[in-house]
Design a protein around this ligand. Structure first.
Ligand code: SAM
Length: 234
């Protein structure tokens, strides 16, 4: 067991993140970088539908309740100095925009900052302005939490989106994770409770940090483990 009480570092754990998070000790993680499923319907995105192991089409109220539960558990396991970088977006459902603030404000977190990611996504539906941005919410346990902006960046990012042709269609860019790790140089233990193809773990390892991943789909875990092995061979 390490000093933080964590005995699960440098592992990807297969399971439902809410259940796995409950097994992690209080105040043990420095940084969370994550992107949950967006609940946009089972046919919409997120990986290979054949291997889908969760429902991406929950009633919206149930989805938001689940996100509040997961974020509240993350609050417990995060160190007092820790931060969460939570990637989500404004979704349009039944003609109405749903903003992540609807559930973020129900969590115990302080919202430190909202970052805009211009990802140039290809939605040219002419009934509205083309939606081409996602968000990353910087959440912290304390309003006093700071980051170290050594990359001299403003709050609009243009990380190149990973194409959707790969097997995991919702991977976020490695450069996004690298920027976050750069501004939290003291973050030793980095968690991604929706690990997908392992982007957070791969970059954390490359940048000399410890990682913990949680992922429901064993197929994605195999992809992540392959990525981590390749990195060792470089
Ligand atoms: C948007 S993707 C994350 C992609 C990841 N950032 C990457 O770079 O590959 C969301 C992931 O969460 C996983 N997932 C969905 N529900 C989950 C749950 N309850 N617990 C753990 N993982 C879950 C999905 O299988 C999917 O791989």
């Amino acid at each position: 067991m390490s000093k933080s009480g964590l005995d699960k570092v440098n592992q990807i754990i297969c399971g439902d993140c809410l259940e796995v998070l409950k097994t992690l000790p209080d105040n043990s993680v420095d940084l969370v970088v994550t992107s949950p499923p967006y609940n946009l319907g089972n046919d919409h995105h997120t990986g290979n539908i054949k291997h889908k192991t969760y429902d991406d089409n929950l009633p919206e109220a149930e989805y938001q309740k689940q996100q509040v539960e997961v974020l509240t558990e993350i609050f417990r396991i995060l160190k007092d100095t820790g931060s969460v970088m939570y990637n989500h977006k404004n979704r349009i459902k039944e003609g109405k925009q749903i903003t992540p603030y609807e559930w973020l404000l129900k969590t115990p977190f302080t919202i430190k900052q909202e970052l805009v990611w211009f990802n140039g996504s290809q939605n040219f539906d002419k009934i509205r302005f083309y939606p081409m941005t996602e968000r990353v919410y910087w959440l912290a346990k304390s309003p006093k939490t700071k980051l170290d902006n050594t990359i001299n960046h403003h709050d609009l990012f243009k990380w190149t989106a990973v194409g959707t042709s790969g097997e995991h269609k919702r991977a976020f860019p490695e450069s996004m994770v690298a920027d976050f790790l750069a501004v939290f140089p003291d973050a030793k233990v980095v968690l991604d409770p929706y690990m997908g193809s392992g982007t957070t773990a791969k970059v954390a390892k490359e940048m000399g940090r410890q990682y913990i991943g949680i992922e429901l789909n064993p197929k994605f875990i195999a992809m992540a483990e392959q990525k981590l092995r390749q990195e060792v061979l470089l």
